[in-house]
Design a protein around this ligand. Sequence first.
Ligand code: NAP
Length: 289
Amino acid sequence: MSEKINIGWIGLGNMGTPMVKNLVKAGFNVTVYNRSADKSEALSKEIKIGVAYSAAELVPASDVIITMLSDDEAVKQVYEGENNIFSASIAKELTMIDMSTVSPQTTKYLAGLCAEKGISYLDAPVAGSVKPAEEAQLVIMVGGDESVYENVKPVFDALGKMSVYLGESGKANVAKLSVNLMLGVVVQGLAEAVIFARKNGLEAAQLLPLINASAVGGGLTKMKTENILNNDFKAAFALRLLTKDIRLATENGMDTPVGKTVYTTLQAAKEKGHGEEDMIAVLKYLSGE
Ligand code: NAP
């Protein structure tokens, strides 16, 4: 496949929207479908994209259809049922790519159904949040058939700084859940360090530059420093989504002490009403806010 790949895109959330912008910037023809049509219509006024009003409508005009949706249920929903992918007649080569963070079970289930219909399927979740998505600096993990990956690699090149082929369907989901298990641990560790410092009279503004310059500092601590200092908890990565990822890890056998504690914290923070805020709202929750 060449740069002329026609792309259908499903999901204009925090991640999907900047990713679509990068595909258009790279010269791909993109048609989008979003459950809430107002988002696709607003984006079509900003950049050159087509707008579809169902997932099925994307099929005839697309070589590749990418999903970037909240969770397993949302991804499954765009395949089955009226006006969805499988209700369209598929007359040509079609590759489905799911870039959402879902379980390996969902990938294997959908890849199996697609195979029966002659459709190729890749799981291709991403590491990196909204800013890396905007800057086409995502890290993309890929599972499925390697030759299909090679064919659509130009699409990944437009979205990320690297894409890595990991093996059979579901392998990339396992990689992504591993990364996010560690993400949950780091987020809670950062929150706890700030809480401890404050309790002992040291401000976050004094502590965070030290963390960022030290061996324990890194992309995540730097990314969340301004949020903590400005008390800004607007979601780049919603706490409810990280909770979902640690749940998926738990359902796939995560049984280690720190991960289990992190899951308990996230569930409680979500129940306390922090689900729509950024994951760093763990700090608010553990501070008793
Ligand atoms: P988001 O902002 O919550 O957007 C979710 C998208 O899914 C929206 O387009 C929403 O449509 C759609 N959706 C939800 N339920 C649906 C359903 N039942 N049927 C059809 N569409 C549905 O999520 P996001 O932050 O973009 O994340 C998307 C995926 O990437 C998630 O799996 C997340 O875990 C993963 N991820 C996120 C980040 C991050 O930093 N945000 C980083 C890496 C990976 P509406 O507009 O109609 O609500």
